[in-house]
Design a protein around this ligand. Structure first.
Ligand code: ADP
Length: 244
C-alpha cells in the first residue's frame, strides 16, 4: 500500500483498471459447496486468481478440555497459505500475517454462527490458500461461510466479503494484488446481508470521510453480489443434482 510501484498505471484514461475491469466490477468469482469427503463441510472458491479450499469439522469435543466453554461452543479458525501460493516460496510456518487473518476471520464469523447451541464443543475451520492474488481474507471468509453452512452448522446469516479500495484517487470494488501493492487504500469488508451488519472492517491506507463512506457503500453492494453466489453454490449442491 502507498505507492510502492508508483510508476504503474492503475487506471487508464477510459477509467479501466490494470486488469481491464471497470471501477465497480468484481473479478470472476466461482464458489463450490462441498468437495471434501472427510470434512463435515467444505467449499472451494476462485476469486480472480485466488484459489482457496476450506474444510469444517464439528461441533466436536474440545481438546484440550480446559479450552471448552460450558456455556457455549467455540469457533477456531486456521488460515494457512501453501508455500507455493505466492511467487516466492512462503515459509510453511504460521506467519504473523496468517495469525492475524485467522483471528479476523474467526471474529467475522462468530456473529453469524449459533455457537450457543453447542456448549462444550468446538467448530474448526481450516482454510488453505492454494494460490494468492490479493483479497484472500475476503475470499476465505466468503468460502468459510459456505463450508459452515455445508456442515449444517446453524447460522443467523451468511457472511459475504469483498474489499473496496482507492486507486488513482478513485473508489473501486475488489482490490487485486497490484492494486493492493501500489494503490492508495484497501478496505476488506465482511457483511451479513439479511441482518444488514458488518462483521469485518479493516483499512490499510488513507481515505477522506467521503471516500470512507463511499468505500463502505461500494463494499456492502459488492458483498450482496457475493452473497448471491454463496446461495447459488449451496443451491447447486443441495437442490441442483450437482452435489457430491
Ligand atoms: P489479503 O490477501 O487479504 O489481501 P494482504 O493485504 O496481507 O491480505 O496480502 C495481499 C496479497 O499479498 C496476498 O493476497 C498475496 O497475494 C500477497 N502476499 C501475502 N503474503 C505474501 C508472501 N509471504 N509472499 C508473497 N506474497 C504475499
Amino acid at each position: 500500500m502507498g505507492g510502492r510501484e508508483a510508476t504503474m498505471v492503475l487506471m487508464d484514461e477510459n477509467g479501466k483498471r490494470c486488469d481491464g475491469r471497470t471501477v465497480d466490477e468484481p473479478r470472476r468469482i466461482m464458489i463450490k459447496a462441498g468437495g471434501l469427503k472427510n470434512a463435515d463441510g467444505s467449499s472451494y472458491i476462485e476469486f480472480g486468481d485466488n484459489k482457496i479450499l476450506v474444510g469444517v469439522f464439528g461441533p466436536r469435543d474440545v481438546h484440550p478440555k480446559h479450552m471448552s466453554d460450558t456455556d457455549t461452543g467455540i469457533l477456531r479458525v486456521r488460515y494457512h497459505m501453501e508455500p507455493f501460493s505466492v511467487g516466492e516460496r512462503k515459509n510453511p510456518a504460521p506467519s504473523r500475517r496468517e495469525i492475524e487473518i485467522s483471528k479476523v476471520i474467526k471474529e467475522a464469523l462468530e456473529p453469524a454462527v449459533m455457537l450457543e447451541k453447542f456448549p462444550r464443543t468446538a467448530v474448526d475451520v481450516f482454510i488453505e490458500v492454494l494460490q494468492a492474488d490479493g483479497g484472500t481474507r475476503c475470499a476465505a471468509l466468503t468460502a468459510a461461510s459456505v463450508a459452515l453452512a455445508d456442515a449444517g452448522i446453524p447460522m443467523r446469516d451468511m457472511v459475504a466479503a469483498i474489499a473496496a479500495g482507492k486507486v488513482a484517487d478513485t473508489v473501486i470494488l475488489d482490490v487485486n494484488n497490484e492494486e493492493d501493492q501500489a494503490g492508495q487504500a484497501d478496505m476488506p469488508i465482511g457483511y451479513m446481508p439479511n441482518l444488514e451488519k458488518i462483521t469485518l472492517l479493516q483499512l490499510d491506507g488513507v481515505l477522506t470521510p467521503e471516500e470512507y463512506k463511499k468505500c463502505i457503500q461500494v463494499g456492502v453492494d459488492g458483498c450482496k453480489l457475493v452473497y448471491e453466489l454463496q446461495k447459488k453454490a449451496l443451491n447447486d449442491k443441495y437442490f441442483g443434482n450437482k452435489g457430491d
